[in-house]
Design a protein around this ligand. Structure first.
Ligand code: SAH
Length: 499
C-alpha cells in the first residue's frame, strides 16, 4: 500500500519543496520505519530537491497480525482472513497510518515552518489502488468539491482477461493547491469512506474525531451526509448524532438532512448496499414539513415585523442564518450581527458576500461578548437572542441581561430557547441530556417564564410568550419564544404564560 505526496515549488517562492520534510516531521535524507499494530509503515523520499519533493508512505501489512489483532474487520470466513485486499488497497488502514505517522502534519502543527503549514502548496497525491465501490464518479464527487483536480482510472479486474471488466479499485491522482494539513485530512476521512469497509469498532469518540479532522470542509461539503454515514459505517445512533452536530455547526436542523436508513447499521454485505448507498445529488426530493430551524426564523421575523422594527441587532448571530433572511426584507434598514465566535462570523461574512449588494450593505458584523455593555448598541428598535441564552453560564446570565435590557435597551427583545420539557419527545435522546453539548441549561416553560418576568420587571419591559413548532398538548412546543416590549403597561393578555 503506497501513498506519495509531491510538492512543487512555484517560481519565486521563498521556501524549498524539500521543506515538506519539516511539515511532515520526517527528515528527507533518511528512511524511517514505524511499527504499527497491523504491520510496518515506512516513510521515504524518492526525490527531495529545492524544486520538487516527493514523500512516500509505504505500508507493509501483515495479514497474520491483522487477524491476531482481531476486530480488524477482515471478512469473517476463514480464508478471507488471510487472503484479502488489505495489504494492497488504500483503505482505513492507510488513514490510521496517516494519523499515527503524520499526526502533527494532519493537525497543521509545525514549529520550524509555521507559516508554511498555513500556506496552500502545489501538491500532487498518488494512490495506486483505492477501493471504491461507487467507481470513478464517486471519487470525483467527494474530492472535487474540496478543490482537487481528480484523475481516477479504474483498474481492470485482471489485465489478462479484459472481458472481465473493471475491478472496484481505482488509481487515484489528486492535484491541487492546498494546505498540507487539509490534504491529509481529506485523505484521512475520505479513504475509509470510499472503501466502506469496517476495520475497527466505532464508538462515539469517532464523531469527535470526524468533526475535528473535517473541521473547515465537511460542513460545506455537498456530500456531507453520505460521507458521514459511510465514515461511521451507517451505525444509526452515531450517524444521527454526527449529523445533528454538523447541523448545529451549519444552520440546518438534523431533520433537514437526509433520512438515515436505520435498518442497515450492521450491514456486512457491502456489495448489496453499495447501489443504495450512492451519493444523492438531485433526483427525487421528499416533501417534508418545515424544520424547527425554519419555523423558528419565521416566527422571530414575524415578531420583529409586528414590533415595527427597522434597526435590529442579532445578538449571538452565529453563522448568520437569520441575517440572511432579514436582509431580504427591506423593512429592516440596518442590521447588526454580533457574536463572540470569530469562526462563526467568518462563515456569516462569507455568506453575506454572496448576496446582492443592496442586501449585504445593510448588514454589519462585529465580534463581541454579550456579557459586556457596549454603548454603540444603544438606540436600536429591536434585538434578537435566538438560541443564545442557553449557551451562557448561569452566573454570567445576569451580566448579559444588564448589557442587553439595561444598557442597549432596544424597543423590543425577542428571545428563543429550547423547551427542556419537550426533549422526551426526541427519540434516542438520553434522559436529562441537552440538545447540544454547549448548552448550559434547557429550561422548562415555567423556568423560562419566571426568568422572563423577572427580567421584564427589572428593566421595564412587558413580555408575551409564543410557542415555536408543533405544540404538544402536555409538553408545549420544542422551542419557546418570549417577546419583550419596553415600557408598555402589562395586561393580562400580555402575560398569558408560555403556551
Ligand atoms: N442565533 C444563531 C446562533 C445560535 S448558537 C442561530 O439561532 O442560528 C449560539 C451563538 O451564541 C453562538 O454562535 C455563540 O458563539 C454565541 N454566543 C454564546 N455566548 C455568547 C456571548 N457571551 N457573547 C456573544 N455571543 C455568544
Amino acid at each position: 500500500m503506497l501513498l506519495t505526496i509531491t510538492c512543487t515549488r512555484p517560481d519565486g517562492a521563498a521556501w524549498a519543496a524539500s521543506d515538506l520534510g519539516y511539515l511532515l516531521h520526517k527528515n528527507p535524507s533518511r528512511i524511517q520505519a514505524f511499527e504499527q499494530s497491523y504491520g510496518v509503515a515506512q516513510v521515504l523520499y524518492p526525490e527531495a530537491s529545492e524544486e520538487r519533493c516527493t514523500a512516500a508512505l509505504l505500508l507493509e501489512i501483515d495479514p497474520v497480525r491483522l487477524v491476531r489483532g482481531k476486530a480488524k474487520g477482515t471478512p469473517e470466513f476463514s480464508l478471507a482472513q488471510y487472503v484479502n485486499d488489505r495489504p494492497y488497497a488504500a483503505s482505513s488502514l492507510l488513514a490510521v497510518a496517516i494519523s499515527t505517522v503524520f499526526g502533527s502534519a494532519l493537525h497543521g502543527r509545525c514549529k520550524q515552518r509555521p507559516e508554511l503549514a498555513e500556506t496552500a502548496l502545489p501538491l500532487r497525491i498518488e494512490l495506486p489502488a483505492v477501493p471504491c465501490r461507487g467507481g470513478v464518479e464517486t471519487v470525483e464527487r467527494v474530492f472535487a468539491p474540496l478543490g482537487w483536480e481528480v484523475r481516477a482510472t479504474p483498474l481492470p479486474l485482471d489485465p489478462a482477461f479484459p472481458e472481465w471488466g473493471d475491478s472496484h479499485y481505482v488509481r487515484l491522482e489528486l492535484t491541487g493547491t492546498l494546505r498540507l494539513a487539509d490534504a491529509l485530512s481529506h485523505l484521512y476521512v475520505l479513504l475509509p469512506v470510499l472503501d466502506g469497509g469496517k476495520h475497527y469498532w466505532l464508538d462515539s469518540t469517532e464523531i469527535d474525531k470526524l468533526l475535528r479532522v473535517g473541521e473547515g470542509w465537511l460542513v460545506g461539503h455537498p456530500e456531507r451526509e453520505w460521507i458521514t454515514r459511510r465514515y461511521l459505517n451507517r451505525r444509526h445512533a452515531l450517524v444521527q448524532d454526527a449529523l445533528a452536530r454538523l447541523a448545529e455547526l451549519d444552520d440546518l436542523e438534523p431533520e433537514q438532512l437526509g433520512a438515515v436508513d436505520d435498518t442497515d447499521d450492521e450491514t456486512t454485505d457491502a456489495d448489496a448496499s453499495a447501489a443504495a448507498d450512492e451519493p444523492v445529488t438531485g433526483g427525487e426530493q421528499e416533501v417534508r414539513p418545515p424544520s424547527l430551524a425554519v419555523l423558528r426564523r419565521a416566527t422571530v421575523l414575524n415578531a420583529l415585523r409586528e414590533a415595527g422594527a427597522n434597526r435590529v441587532l442579532d445578538l449571538g448571530c452565529g453563522q448568520g442564518a437569520l441575517l440572511r433572511e432579514m436582509v431580504a426584507d427591506k423593512a429592516f434598514t440596518e442590521i447588526v450581527g454580533i457574536d463572540v465566535s470569530v469562526l462563526a462570523l467568518r462563515i456569516a461574512q462569507r455568506r453575506m458576500r454572496r448576496l446582492p449588494e443592496w442586501q449585504s450593505k445593510r448588514v454589519t458584523l462585529r465580534q463581541g461578548a454579550l456579557t459586556y455593555t457596549d454603548a454603540s448598541l444603544r438606540g436600536y428598535d429591536a434585538a434578537v437572542l435566538m438560541e443564545v441564552i442557553e449557551h451562557v453560564d448561569a452566573p454570567r446570565l445576569g451580566a448579559l441581561e444588564h448589557a442587553v435590557f439595561g444598557s442597549a435597551a432596544p424597543g423590543s427583545v425577542v428571545v428563543t430557547t429550547p423547551n427542556g420539557e419537550y426533549n422526551v419527545r426526541y427519540e434516542g435522546m438520553t434522559p436529562g441530556a441537552f440538545r447540544h453539548s454547549d448548552h448550559r441549561f434547557e429550561w422548562s416553560r415555567a423556568e423560562f417564564a419566571a426568568w422572563a418576568h423577572r427580567v421584564g420587571e427589572t428593566y421595564g419591559y412587558t413580555v408575551r410568550f409564543e410557542p415555536v413548532g408543533p405544540v404538544d398538548a402536555e409538553l408545549g412546543a420544542s422551542t419557546q419564544m418570549a417577546v419583550f416590549t419596553k415600557g408598555i403597561a402589562a395586561t393580562d393578555s400580555d402575560t398569558k404564560g408560555a403556551a
